[in-house]
Ligand binder design. Structure first.
Ligand code: ADP
Ligand code: MG
Length: 388
């Protein structure tokens, strides 16, 4: 699976996948091993996206295999379309208490907390709106073709698989977005009805008994907006526990950068230009931090010349459109993931105010005119490309 004995100088450039960032490593091989530590790398499909894991660790091959297995487990655990799954049970419970597995309960609790922190801009109960708008990928709806499932470790091994996995993602850098179910804005009455169901404050969590319930009939939660963030956090945790000295975990744009590059400098992550296919907006320098990007260029449809993209404002029910890309740096993947979505909804002014108010959280915001705003904590840690 991995290539042993490689000490690389890593430059993470552009990217491409699901939400905007996918590190692609350029290797310069020196052929030297660092003590008992070796490097392993894998790329494969899991959690509905292209995952890439690179690590320098003792038993590096085993470490990346374990991470991929863990991500496959999580992609099933949090899937709201899985029949008899925890989230499906909660959504079908008609106001009854539902016992949830500890991880699902904990992520739900964290999602509610992030909804509070963002004043409801991020809301885990937006599912009915998402379904109504059709911001669901064709072929992944209603558990008929769950991405990642059945994609076992062996599928990540060969170079052929690597290029196959990367190909469809790379093509997404063009103007064609992920194929969605939705083709036009919904009927206003249906939209108003769905909006009635959106309110995270009605979620009750009884942590002592490991259960939760929803307060409105027909309400539904979706942890999909934070599941990949949780995935990179778990991956980083596993890698640390296995003694990894450095690593990168990239789940289609939700990234955790563990440690530093071999030369001790921070990892360099390319931020995809939201409008110029295949080009970078800038390079972010990070170490021991999570990074997530929400953009309007992957999941959207166009109707009568207007772009409708997959992040909706829970207050209006309409897709947010003040910003075209938001990259968040945060201590955890869950926070980065949720806050990228929240800031996308909040827009430049309110979004920046939220970022600045949260310790350890930073961001890069791109508005509709392609103006770039960088939060104060990132000055000196981001190189913007000329002429962007
Ligand atoms: P992606 O799904 O492309 O990785 P994000 O991490 O930005 O993108 O999450 C967007 C997903 O979150 C949407 O596909 C949708 O299911 C859900 N979502 C959309 N708007 C909101 C919102 N305001 N709050 C919480 N979840 C949202
Ligand atoms: Mg997100």
């Amino acid at each position: 699976m991995g290539k042993r004995g490689r000490v690389g100088v890593w430059i993470i450039i552009a990217v491409v996948a699901g939400v905007g960032l996918l590190g692609i490593g350029l290797r310069k091989t020196t052929g030297e091993a660092v003590g008992a530590v070796s490097r392993a790398e894998t790329i494969g499909l899991t959690m509905g996206t292209v995952a890439r894991v690179v690590v320098d660790a003792p038993e590096a091959d085993g470490a990346v295999a374990q991470v991929m297995q863990e991500l496959d487990r999580l992609s099933v655990l949090f899937d709201r379309f899985r029949p008899f799954g925890d989230v499906a049970a909660l959504n079908a419970s008609r106001g009854e208490w539902v016992t949830l597995s500890p991880e699902v309960l904990a992520l739900l609790q964290e999602a509610v907390r992030l909804a509070e922190v963002s004043g409801g801009a991020f809301d885990p109960t937006v599912a009915p709106l998402i379904d109504l708008w059709g911001f669901v990928e064709e072929g992944t709806h209603a558990h008929d073709d769950e991405p990642g499932a059945g994609d076992d470790g062996a599928a990540h091994d060969t170079p052929d698989e690597v290029s196959n996995a990367a190909a469809p993602t790379t093509s997404n850098t063009s103007s064609s977005p992920t194929r969605l179910v939705g083709v036009e804005p919904p009927d206003p009455a249906a939209l108003a009805a769905a909006l009635e169901l959106v309110d995270y404050r009605t979620i009750e969590i009884d942590a002592a008994h490991g259960r939760a319930r929803l307060g409105i009939l027909g309400q539904a939660v979706d942890l999909g907006a934070v599941a990949k963030g949780y995935g990179v956090d778990r991956a980083a945790e596993l890698l640390r526990a296995r003694g990894a000295v450095r690593g990168l975990v990239d789940l289609g744009g939700d990234i955790y950068a563990l440690g530093t590059r071999v030369d001790g400098a921070p990892w360099r992550l390319g931020i995809r230009h939201p409008r110029k296919s295949g080009q970078l907006l800038g390079i972010l320098h990070v170490s021991d931090a999570a990074v997530a990007t929400s953009g309007d260029y992957e999941r959207y449809f166009e109707y009568q010349g207007v772009r409708y993209s997959h992040i909706v404002d829970p207050k209006t029910g309409w897709p947010a459109n003040e910003l075209v890309s938001v990259t968040i740096v945060a201590p955890s993947g869950v926070w980065a993931d949720a806050l990228a979505t929240a800031v996308f909804v909040l827009g430049k002014e309110k979004g920046l105010a939220l970022i600045e108010a949260l310790p350890g959280v930073d961001g890069i915001l791109v508005d509709r005119d392609l103006g770039v705003t960088v939060s104060s904590g990132l000055h000196g840690r981001v190189d913007l490309m000329e002429g962007v």
